[in-house]
Design a protein around this ligand. Structure first.
Ligand code: GL2
Length: 816
């Protein structure tokens, strides 16, 4: 046990507790199966975290300090058991306990189903931030939704994506969560606005026609090596009166349960869209439900602690993770105006000093807008408040730029070109004291291209906070061998001080260290190869380059550019007798939004290409393509430590940051990437020699667009590219069924190649050729890989959180 470990661990008491939990599951140690043991372990551990959570919540020093409230519709937390054992400092102790019961801890941990309560980077970032807040003891509460079904489970049928619901809590419930009925809130919808005459004044008050209960479930966010445990509070929709006995007695069994069904539907599923706005009414209901319950809870905590309402910004700050919780702004205004009867100016002063907003994307299709009529129907009072915010704001705009109608149009919260729409991002910028982008380049583009007028109107409001990842999960836990090797050299404080990894750089040319470092990589590659053999029955050569692209499937991320490179290698292996390549395994893992047809076509194409290449005896083990199904956090934990090459190949200007790029570099993979998102800063840290940058940068993309881009020119001028593309049209990869892969061909030819795959193809191939030759020089490669691990300490989410704390939130750590 580490000296900082707060809990004295009583082994026999813990064993008794596990046995007791088995009994509650109706099992004995003799009849229990692996699953039961996992549940018993989780529940026994959760007793400790829950008591620390309650103690943290009641800590007077925390009540007197300022807290951040992280509002996010997604928290992609991944499995908690292993991670919490690391944070609690009990990993080895518990491994010993379960081995006495006859199990291996890693096998037991495999029983946990991932809570997949997010789509991708945005949700995972929220999880890393909660981890770093707790690790550094900056008071925080995470607020999200308790989806009954997380992100769909993916499988393939004849190469095509199939989706199945993910009931992550399974019948017994999730061992780490606790329901908090004493903290339930009631949330209204629909109805009308009443005008009330009182002592000669009129005031307006919302009279909702539907009420739904928000039931909070708390998950423990355990501080690394401390007894600080913050809640991740997830709201579940429930009926206030779940059962209508009168209807039941009348024999109307459906109506008897209708309220429960309607309320339960609210938080049934996570919308499976990444970087895309779907505009569904139920989604707006989810957003409001989340915001209203969270704002209600924040105000309850603030007032219970004895603070005056006017001091809210001194004690609470609310970070909006993208525009999804924007409706919290008019909700706080409504509560202050209509329930606490504050004046507009007082309410606005409180609200606009409380909210801050993070922008995560420039993609136009991801920028949320809601139809004004939909919003007026669902949330009539909020719509009035939004009009009033906008009215006052437009007066400021007119004062700054008299007579400039265009400025009014672009800045207005209401877009009135066509159906009137509420622009959530504009509302966020107007209603927040700080706005941030998520990587240096992205934040510059937010100022220059997305919000130039806002940047002029509110100089300094738009800032940068470069994203980060938690080193606890993404190195210490997922790569124990590398962690041990690092600790041998520089001590074991680095998981809380990732900049210390820099000391590893001095061993980049040390032969013994290189050998040990690459031996760890090899073992991690073997672990992944074993997984692939067991689950996909493909045999892999662990001497090959493990080339990895794992992320949501999106045209802008250009998995199809990677696919074209794979096809070009195959083409050369077959048609160039003297072609010699370093053996390579190309890994993909990606979910496509169920409604995103082209993304699904790209998955299908990758699977078909993989099938052909993997079964072609002429290829042997020179080239293999592996599509790992059902990408999720626990899968990433196996793939990332095994990566040699990290594919970060989005079209420049499109990937706001990326965080997989950071995870792989930290685990000693070399990036092949464009000058996009955080790749730019990774290059700054690791140096040009230790990263493979290719393709057009943002200026290059803009210049090409201006000049006029013709993908067919590239097609006709580059024979290898042409041959690779043509094979998508014949039946090379779909024997007997030519044309099945045409949608991918068309996306870069007929549809004009919106993400410039063909423009970047030649340089991408050049960069891969360089990788191919560098990898053969094992000393050179080890040097580069070690420097990647050593030089990416900046990308710890601890640093991101400190940036937020210093530049935006102004919090003080409260050590417990
Ligand atoms: C994203 C960005 O696409 C991604 O580049 C970024 O790393 C994360 C976290 O900031 O946010 N924006 C977005 O809408 N999703 C992302 O993953 N879904």
């Amino acid at each position: 046990m580490t000296p900082k470990q707060q809990h004295a661990f009583d082994k026999s008491a813990f064993k008794a507790s596990m046995t007791q939990h088995l009994t509650q599951l109706g099992r004995t140690p003799e009849t229990a199966e692996m699953r039961d043991w996992y549940l018993a372990l989780g529940r026994a551990l959760a007793e400790h975290t829950t008591s620390d959570l309650v103690a943290t919540e009641n800590d007077l020093a925390i009540k007197q300090a300022k807290s951040v409230n992280y509002l996010s519709l997604e928290f992609l937390i991944g499995r908690l058991t292993g991670n919490n054992l690391i944070s609690m400092g009990l990993y080895d102790e518990i491994a010993a306990v379960v081995s006495e019961f006859g199990f291996g801890l890693t096998d037991l941990l495999e029983q946990e189903r991932d809570p997949s309560l997010g789509n991708g980077g945005l949700g995972r970032l929220a999880a890393c931030f909660m981890d770093s807040l707790a690790a550094q003891q900056y008071p925080a509460v995470g607020y999200g939704l308790h989806y009954e079904y997380g992100l769909f489970r993916q499988s393939f049928k004849d190469g095509a994506q199939q989706e199945a619901p993910d009931a992550w809590r399974e019948p017994e419930g999730y061992p780490w969560e606790v329901v908090r009925p004493d903290l339930a809130q009631t949330v209204g919808f629909y109805g009308h606005v009443a005008v009330i005459e009182e002592n000669g004044h009129t005031r307006r008050e919302w009279v909702p026609s539907l009420h739904i209960q928000a039931m909070p479930w708390d998950l423990p966010i355990v501080g690394y090596q401390s007894n600080t445990v913050y809640p991740l509070r997830l709201w579940e929709g429930r009926a206030l009166t779940p059962f209508a006995l009168d209807a039941f007695n009348d024999g109307d069994y459906t109506r008897a349960q209708q309220a429960a069904i309607d309320a339960g539907n609210l938080t049934k599923v996570l919308y499976p869209n990444d970087n895309h706005d779907a505009g569904k009414t139920l989604r707006l209901m989810q957003q409001y439900f989340h915001s209203a319950a969270s704002v209600g809870d924040i105000l309850r905590r603030h007032l219970d602690a004895g603070h005056p309402l006017a001091a809210l910004p001194d004690y609470e700050t609310i970070q909006l993770n993208d525009t999804h919780p924007t409706i919290a702004i008019p909700e706080l205004m409504r509560v202050l105006l209509d329930e606490h009867h504050l004046s507009w100016d007082d309410a606005w002063s409180i609200s606009s000093q409380t909210f801050a907003y993070t922008n995560h994307t420039l993609l136009p299709e991801a920028l949320e807008t809601w139809s004004e009529s939909l919003m007026a129907n669902l949330l009539p009072r909020h719509m009035e408040i939004i009009f009033e915010i906008n009215h006052r704001f437009l007066q400021d705009v007119a004062a700054k730029w008299p007579g400039d109608v265009r400025k009014q149009q672009v800045l207005s919260v209401i877009d009135d070109q066509g159906e009137r729409m509420v622009r959530m991002a504009n509302l966020c910028v107007i209603g927040s004291y700080a706005v941030n982008g998520v990587a240096a380049l992205h934040s510059e583009l937010v100022k220059r291209d997305l919000f130039p007028e806002f940047d002029a109107l509110y100089p300094g409001r738009i800032q940068n906070v470069t994203n980060g990842i938690t080193p606890r999960r993404w190195l210490k836990f997922c790569n124990p061998d590398l962690s041990a090797l690092i600790s041998e050299k520089i001590g074991d404080q680095w998981p809380a001080h990732l900049e210390q990894l820099e000391q590893i750089a001095q061993y980049a040319d040390d032969k013994a260290f290189q050998k040990a470092f690459m031996a760890v990589k090899k073992r991690n590659k073997q672990r992944l190869a074993d997984w692939v053999k067991t689950h996909l029955d493909i045999t892999l050569n662990t001497d090959a380059i493990f080339d990895v692209q794992i992320k949501r499937l999106h045209e802008y991320k250009r998995q199809h550019l990677n696919l074209l490179h794979v096809i070009s290698l195959y083409h050369r292996l077959i048609h160039e007798p003297n072609f010699d390549m370093t053996p390579r395994v190309v890994f993909f893992a990606a979910k496509a939004a169920p409604g995103y047809a082209l993304a699904k076509s790209i998955i299908f194409a990758i699977n078909k290409v993989a099938e052909t290449i993997n079964n072609d005896p002429r290829v042997g083990d020179k080239l293999k393509v592996v599509f790992i199904p059902d990408y999720r956090v626990s899968m990433a934990e196996i793939i990332i430590p095994a990566a040699d090459v990290s594919e970060q190949i989005s079209m420049a200007g499109k990937e706001a940051s990326g965080t997989g790029n950071m995870k792989m570099a930290l685990n000693g993979a070399l990036t092949i990437g464009t000058m996009d998102g955080a790749n730019v800063e990774i290059r700054e840290e690791v140096g040009d020699d230790n990263i493979y940058i290719f393709g057009l940068d943002v200026e290059g993309v803009n210049a090409l667009r201006e000049k006029g881009y013709h993908p067919d020119h590239e097609y006709h001028q580059q024979p290898l590219l042409k041959a690779s593309l043509d094979s998508l049209l014949d039946d090379t990869f779909t024997p007997g069924h030519p044309g099945l892969l045409r949608p991918v061909f068309d996306s870069v030819m007929a549809s004009g190649d919106p993400y410039l795959c063909l423009a970047d193809f030649a340089d991408y191939v050049r960069a891969h050729n360089q990788i191919d030759s560098d990898y053969r020089d094992s000393t050179l490669w080890a040097h580069k890989a070690i420097l990647n691990t050593a030089l990416v300490g900046k990308f710890s989410s601890d640093r991101s959180i400190r940036d937020y704390v210093t530049n935006i939130w102004q919090l003080k750590a409260v050590k417990r």
